[in-house]
Design a protein around this ligand. Sequence first.
Ligand code: DGY
Length: 329
Amino acid sequence: MAREKIFVTREHIIPEAIKYLAEHHDVDVWDERSMPPRDVLLKKAAECAGMLTEITDIVDKELLEQTSTLRVVANRAVGMDNIDIAEATSHGVLVANTPGVLHESCADFTFGLMLSLARNIAYGDRQIRAGAWKVFDQIPYVGTDVYDATLGIIGMGLIGTAVARRATAFNMKIIYYSRTRKPELEESLGIEWRPDMDAIFKEADYVSLHMPLTVETEYMVSSRELGLMKPTSFLINTTRGRTVDPKALYEAVANKSIAGAALDVTDPEPIGLDDPLLTLPNVLISPHIASASSATIRKMGQMAAANIMAALEGNPMPSCVNPEAVERR
Ligand code: DGY
């Protein structure tokens, strides 16, 4: 097979995948830790056959219109909200993502956030470092049990399902809302479907978001939805920051209409140091790392590289979201 040009937008994240690609193709990498500037991304897109991207690299109409060489964009992520898929399809560019390799890591992390928020683990650590542990006094750190509580999952894909599986070990009642009902999971995990999302916000002690960011889910969780939650309930967001209206969330936590929130994703990212959410002790924020275990990052890199290899060879790709793009070339 002829060697093709591939641009990888971050070198340090997936060195093994880059090495593998470089055995077969001419690989150009952006070797800084920050994302390539827009002009670099546009220039590379205009000369490459494949790009291996991160979620901050915007692949939009402008970029796609400027390239006649690009045949595949492989995101090292399951989410693809940085890519205009319809536009890519119309330009004959295949788009790939990495489902099936990160859901267990994300589910572990979701549970970590939930436990840490409910039981004040990160808060306690913050207080100790600030010099606030002077006497034995548990009262400022009294939390809420996760065990036996009701977990509401919105979006029952692979990650939502992996979270539900963990929740069974905590004896949680699990309710879910998903575009497609999953009778086999209801049967095997004993989870209960709710036909509308409002029921999840009303009933759950912990609402965990696992739907992708789309036009329909953008700012889907706002004052109305947060207003449905109990004052004792928590919101966990590990999907995309833009699914939750940050101002509404601030109001809901500050006014104690919900008990707190744990966010692995924010709007914007990175969150500004002056963001009011950071003033709230019962808001726990991590820097978008739910999938970031070393094994999972490696698998995501391998899958993204395999997607590129297959696309350039005209073989079936491990995960292509628009196979019909081929006919548009
Ligand atoms: C994903 O896979 O979409 C994560 O958010 C980035 O690792």
